[in-house]
Design a protein around this ligand. Structure first.
Ligand code: NAD
Length: 496
């Protein structure tokens, strides 16, 4: 049985009350590790360690080059340990071998990208004054102590999307992974501990809502970087407002793909299946709605059905498995409930809809396809976060855009067409933070990522994502040293 401790101030500790929690493998519901379960006292202690490390300047006063070199060291060690990290991620989350292999690379890539971005001098001199009058300089300073709270779907990648930009900006951080996927985060703590990063700069604790709420409200914290559901995001925003913390929220989605009539259907059908079913649909940017016009509707639905029949459901450790288990019993129950809701709402169940035969010992759900979905149905409006695709009929291209935008979410979207100009026009009209043309799921660490509407506040990744971990300061250096030439001479100060 594997055992893990929480990581505070450069030390691996048991929880202050000795509490432990099981890590469960959703493939067969077996317990494969025991973890220390953080208390509120542990949470406060981790925040204090991050506060002390920040205030000491041990990290924020380092040069950009020094910070970059240590972030690169973390990236390289992740690469060295990727086989172990991958195995743990598969066990804790049910991620397939193929998906988790990509995750390892993408975790490494995020750290490497921010090692490079750490070198960028974000300061600028503004052209707003004449020579000899004043210099106006804008600098970006680290925001301070960051509370980072992440979900379970891409455990290590999500961790690195918070840790790497926070470090690049000069911040210190307390990270709380989701309870379902804390094992890989605590293994990551060991990797970070083996680098030259000073003690207390990164702290990794466990726990759920109670620990999260302490992280969000604690007065020693300057910024909250949250990724998770819109429901919890709203709570986090409201709690963080008590001390007016800097907040970024990366939340849920109900992203729509539109296949235009002229699309290459071989590409668009495979791509839409990838959009909707990759990682069992447990992706914030999953293409969980697919909008088609009458002309191609029946053909696309038929092709999708055939595609799903060929997907290999299996053990996530097997290299050729396409569909593994969902992350937990809770998630399996949620998805099966939504499938029942879809049936009751009158959507046509074309494929799947239950637990696959032979996989009852794990948290599996068949890839499920609903056609004739009305965009007002709950299965078209609410984030299911499972392998359930809702196909919706549109009258024409404009109607497809209207339907795509008729959602409280606005995280991502996509359009499939052979005509790039036409696709670009549609892409510009979609109210979403990321839009793909003839692609899905590809994100760049150099491009900003985030949501419109209730899919979030702020952006991660790229220079915009780095700036999100800074405060912006304007420094006005006045070059007029003769008081009689000051604009305020004779305004308020009595003159002699
Ligand atoms: P969740 O909102 O239930 O939990 C997310 C995190 O918040 C977990 O670490 C959880 O322990 C913590 N938490 C729960 N209650 C809290 C509270 N009251 N205060 C503070 N923290 C609290 O989400 P989940 O089920 O872990 O993940 C799935 C969700 O994450 C989906 O909605 C998905 O769309 C979203 N997500 C968004 C992005 C993005 O970048 N936009 C990326 C991945 C996942």
């Amino acid at each position: 049985m594997l055992e893990y401790k929480i990581y505070i101030n450069g030390e691996f500790r048991n929880s202050s009350d000795g509490g432990r929690v099981d890590a469960v493998n959703p493939y067969d519901r077996s317990v494969f590790a025991k973890l220390a379960k953080s208390t509120i006292a542990d949470t406060k202690s981790a925040i204090q360690a991050a506060r002390n490390a920040f205030d000491s300047g041990i990290w924020s006063d380092k040069s950009r080059e020094e910070r970059s070199a240590i972030i690169k060291q973390i990236a390289d060690k992740i690469k060295e340990n990727s086989a172990l990290l991958q195995e743990l991620e598969i066990k804790e989350s049910g991620s397939t071998f193929k998906k988790s292999k990509d995750d390892m690379f993408l975790t490494y890539r995020a750290a490497s990208t921010f090692a490079k971005l750490a070198l960028v001098d974000l300061s600028e001199v503004l052209p707003i004054s004449k020579e000899g009058v004043s210099k106006n300089i804008v600098v970006h300073e680290p925001v301070g102590v960051v509370s980072a709270i992440i979900p379970w779907n891409f455990p290590l990648q999500m961790a690195m999307w918070k840790i790497a930009p926070a470090l690049a900006a000069g911040c210190t951080i307390v990270l709380k992974p989701a309870p379902e996927t804390s094992v890989s985060a605590l293994e990551l703590a060991k990797i970070i501990d083996s680098t030259d990063l000073p003690k207390g700069v990164v702290n990794i604790i466990t726990g759920d809502a109670e620990v999260g709420e302490e992280m969000v409200t604690n007065p020693l914290v300057d910024k909250v970087a949250f990724t998770g559901s819109t429901e919890i995001g709203k709570k986090v925003m409201s709690l963080a407002s008590g001390s007016m913390k800097n907040v970024t929220l990366e939340l849920g989605g109900k992203s729509a793909g539109i296949i235009l009539d002229d699309a290459d259907l071989d590409l668009a059908v495979d791509g839409s299946a990838y959009a909707g079913y990759f990682h069992n649909g447990q992706c914030c940017v999953a293409g969980s709605r697919l909008i088609l016009t009458n002309k191609i509707y029946d053909e696309v639905v038929e092709r999708l059905k055939n595609k799903l029949a060929k997907m290999k459901i299996g053990n996530p450790m097997d290299k050729d498995t396409d569909i593994g288990p969902l992350v937990s019993d809770k998630q399996q129950k949620r998805v099966l409930e939504y499938i029942e809701i879809g049936k009751k709402e009158g959507a046509r169940l074309v494929y799947g809809g239950g637990v696959p035969k032979g996989f009852e010992t794990g948290c599996y759900v068949e890839p499920t396809l609903f056609a004739d979905v009305d965009n007002d149905m709950r299965i078209a409006q609410e984030e299911i976060f499972g392998p359930v695709l809702a196909v919706i009929k549109a009258k024409d291209e404009n109607d497809a855009i209207r339907i795509a935008n008729a959602s409280n979410f606005g995280l991502a979207g996509g359009v499939w067409s052979k005509d790039n100009d036409k696709a670009m026009k549609v892409a510009r009209k979609l109210k979403a933070g990321t839009v793909w043309v003839n692609e899905w799921h590809l994100l760049s660490d150099s491009a900003p990522f985030g949501g419109y509407k209730q899919s979030g506040v702020g952006r991660e990744l790229g220079l915009e994502g780095l700036k999100a971990y800074t405060e912006t300061k304007h420094i006005h250096v006045d070059e007029i040293l003769d008081r009689k030439k000051k604009f305020w001479y004779n305004v308020t100060v009595p003159q002699d």
